[in-house]
Design a protein around this ligand. Structure first.
Ligand SMILES: *[C@@H]1O[C@H](CO)[C@@H](O)[C@H](O)[C@H]1NC(C)=O
Ligand SMILES: *[C@@H]1O[C@H](CO)[C@@H](O)[C@H](O)[C@H]1NC(C)=O
Ligand SMILES: *[C@@H]1O[C@H](CO)[C@@H](O)[C@H](O)[C@H]1NC(C)=O
Ligand SMILES: *[C@@H]1O[C@H](CO)[C@@H](O)[C@H](O)[C@H]1NC(C)=O
Ligand SMILES: *[C@@H]1O[C@H](CO)[C@@H](O)[C@H](O)[C@H]1NC(C)=O
Ligand SMILES: *[C@@H]1O[C@H](CO)[C@@H](O)[C@H](O)[C@H]1NC(C)=O
Ligand SMILES: *[C@@H]1O[C@H](CO)[C@@H](O)[C@H](O)[C@H]1NC(C)=O
Ligand SMILES: *[C@@H]1O[C@H](CO)[C@@H](O)[C@H](O)[C@H]1NC(C)=O
Ligand SMILES: *[C@@H]1O[C@H](CO)[C@@H](O)[C@H](O)[C@H]1NC(C)=O
Length: 402
């Protein structure tokens, strides 16, 4: 009886405390208290919990505790009534045979935090084996692990994205979104698994993040503005890329990109700007700065490629119509895996303008000849140390410029 009474009293106190808490502090919604169990599909439970948390007038947190859970396609949509956080401590696994372009989407949320030491596991191995995009331009699309659509004033931290079937993270229409201490992992052979792809967004920061994957570590599509990338380690992968641009009509400008203090290890490219030839309409990419970058055995450490045409699936008859200007490459050092370490192939119709190249110290010790650089349709402004020597490639360019 006494015990019973104690329990009742305890219960009332905790009820009182949690009600009091609800007014001033976070409400925590632990999915396992709402029907989610390890080693089961928690899609319905997570959807229900999201709806409750998102509707909460106080700040709320959705907690996915340690354990492995299965999750099918899910869209977590705002707007929410107050700040909302998802803390992932467990492992979420995508269905192995999931098709289409979506797995998890976060959309129309302001003041959102996604955090935790957990893992979004796309289980992409089987899908990579079926990916025929290298041969088939109409190949079927595969799911992106995490989509952020129209997210504002938000933070993604600490989480891991693993073995996505396609891109790990896609950022579309976002404003003031920071990725920090994030880990992205997939094998170097996994096709089309870009780490973080950003498009039509403004004020996106990516910092203190490790990315190992089979395609670009970070890629910036059209309409990327005020993007700051710092303290990134990339490799294996295809490097940090602006583009590809100029494939579609009426693409929005890329403007205001800083990549600083990054290390690229064993990647196919280091810092790259890529645009397609025969662009259907005019576009621009400007105010882009790459600084304090270390290259370790990178195949193309510094590259502007305006004849970008992967798998030969494009029309090369006309030049690119994307105008590239106001770009700097400063204090870039380390080792190149190819002799042609600095390669500028700009558009003959819209030559690159205001390209600054300062303090480049790259070495190459393979058998492909001395380290070299190429300058097509561009007259960069050089200063400081230049290894490779400025525009030293025999196949360059005085002629092309004329
Ligand atoms: C950007 O988002 C962060 C995180 O929510 C917030 O603290 C900051 O105030 C926002 N900045 C602006 C200019 O709104
Ligand atoms: C990235 O990798 C380095 C070296 O392995 C490690 O020290 C660092 O903690 C990692 N960063 C993150 C965000 O995991
Ligand atoms: C993002 O980086 C830029 C440039 O360093 C900085 O001005 C801005 O405050 C950063 N934004 C956030 C939300 O940290
Ligand atoms: C980069 O990492 C170093 C050491 O981990 C840290 O001191 C520094 O503040 C970081 N820079 C940024 C911009 O986060
Ligand atoms: C640059 O990044 C490295 C790790 O990636 C870190 O150790 C170093 O402190 C950083 N420096 C600055 C100035 O942020
Ligand atoms: C670079 O790749 C080679 C070949 O795959 C590998 O042996 C080497 O350990 C890698 N280097 C680093 C620093 O990861
Ligand atoms: C350059 O040569 C040294 C010695 O043979 C080797 O250890 C190193 O890995 C080479 N560097 C590159 C980038 O190939
Ligand atoms: C350098 O990269 C090349 C090409 O990716 C690779 O074959 C080679 O093993 C790497 N060398 C080292 C020393 O990592
Ligand atoms: C360029 O890099 C090499 C190899 O890392 C180094 O020995 C040399 O001192 C550097 N040169 C300058 C001018 O920094």
């Amino acid at each position: 009886m006494g015990l019973m009474l104690n329990l009742v009293v305890l219960f009332s106190i905790s009820l009182f405390v949690s009600l009091g808490k609800g007014q001033s502090n976070d409400s925590v919604f632990d999915v396992t208290k709402y029907g989610a169990m390890p080693n089961t599909d928690i899609s319905q439970a997570l959807t229900n919990v999201w709806t409750m948390a998102c509707g909460s007038t106080s700040q709320s947190k959705v907690l996915i505790p340690e354990g492995t859970y299965q999750l099918s396609i899910i869209k977590l949509t705002g707007p929410c009534k107050n700040h909302i956080q998802i803390q992932l401590e467990g492992i979420l696994e995508a269905p192995i045979n999931l098709i289409g372009e979506h797995w998890i989407s976060f959309q129309y949320i302001d003041q959102f935090t996604l955090t935790g030491t957990g893992v979004f596991d796309g289980q992409g191995k089987v899908a990579w084996g079926k990916n025929d995009c290298a041969k088939n331009s109409k190949c079927s699309k595969l799911p992106i692990n995490l989509r952020f659509n129209f997210i504002t004033n938000s933070i993604v931290s600490d989480i891991t994205s693993k073995d996505s079937k396609s891109f790990h993270v896609n950022v579309l229409g976002c404003k003031n979104l920071t990725f920090q201490h994030v880990n992205i992992n997939a094998p170097g052979y996994s096709p089309n698994t870009d780490g973080i792809h950003i498009t039509r967004s403004i004020g996106i920061n990516v910092t203190n993040t490790n990315i190992s994957t089979g395609d670009d570590c970070i890629s910036l599509g059209d309409g990327s503005r005020q993007v700051t990338i710092t303290n990134i380690t990339c490799g294996p992968g295809h490097g940090i890329s602006v583009g590809s641009l100029g494939k579609y009509v009426a693409e929005a400008p890329v403007q205001g990109v800083i990549a600083k203090n990054c290390t690229l290890i064993n990647t196919t490219n280091g810092v790259r700007i890529k645009t397609w030839p025969s662009s259907p309409s005019f576009g621009t990419a400007s105010d882009m700065h790459f600084e304090d970058i270390i290259m370790v055995n990178v195949s193309n450490p510094i590259i502007i490629d305006q004849k970008y045409c992967p798998w030969n699936q494009c029309d090369k008859t006309n030049p690119s119509k994307v105008k590239i200007s106001d770009v700097s490459f400063k204090n870039i050092r380390g080792t190149a895996a190819n002799a042609l370490a600095v390669n500028f192939v700009c558009s003959s119709q819209f030559p690159c303008e205001d390209i600054e190249v300062a303090d480049i110290n790259l070495t190459y010790n393979g058998s492909g000849g001395p380290i070299s650089s190429q300058c097509k349709n561009v007259k960069p402004i050089f200063s400081g140390i230049q290894s490779p020597p400025a525009c030293s490639s025999p196949s360059s360019t005085a002629k092309a410029l004329a």
